[in-house]
Design a binder for this molecule. Sequence first.
Ligand code: URA
Length: 312
Amino acid sequence: MSGAKHDDPRALLASYLTQLAEAGEKDICLSSETVALVRGAASSQSGESGAAQTHERPRASQAPDVSQGTSVPLNRAVERPRETEAPQRLSVGEKAALLPELEPIEVKLALGPATADPDMFVEASHLGSCTCLDEIERISLACEKCELAGTRINVVFGAGDENADLMFVGEAPGANEDREGIPFIGRAGALLDKIIEAAGFRRENVYISNILKCRPPNNRTPLSSEIAACVPLLAKQIEIIAPRIICTLGLPATQTLLGVKGSMGSLRGKVYAQGNLKVIPTYHPAAALRDPKYKRPMWEDFLRIRKEYDKL
Ligand code: URA
């Protein structure tokens, strides 16, 4: 400590750390503020000033590899982020647990015969006797209840775990889904997969379906007549799967299930409940692909799903 000013604690600390570094200490971790403080002291101690420094100071991202056993000049000590700078270290479950509780809004889901077109009753009674998804799928494959039967390549019935506690309901198949007969396998599907995984779920453990089982030409918005014709299939799927949480993706799915009008912005961010089934709406992944501003609220909705799921 020969060069340190003994009356300046900053200079003493700087001198001590310099000695540690020169002695081969490999892992000197300091908060950003301490580094700034000590650098200031070290500069004045060595006579450096501003631009006239002998060594250029690397930014944190350029920190040397101290694992190689080289001596570490003080001005290259590794900056350790403060605890408060590292919330990303929380697991998704921990982040979800931090969300405030939301009182569920009681609803009557608009999936029963009362909300549908009279024609639907015939379909509904056929469906009424189904006891497994395969039987409903067989009915859907033969369905000609709307004009989409004439333009589809495949009926996209749904995919996933028949016993899932978590179900996603999208709008309608797109071109890729129509070609393959599997929901959400295009770009929107890739984003959905990513968010599902990021929220700590696995695609094979959830169930994914759509309001419409056939692709509308040019991916246009489903007509209310098409929704009315198709929704009994979804209602029966939901009855058999008996999920505890349904996440509706986008406006048509949200409005159809909840039986309400309103914008996505006004409908999301809430938990709806019918008995022990909860509905959590969020934006459609295609909307988030078109405009990234939807990614943040979408992620918040997925944290909400995580939170509710962890309470099951
Ligand atoms: N968009 C949807 O709503 N559903 C799909 O299956 C694919 C894209």
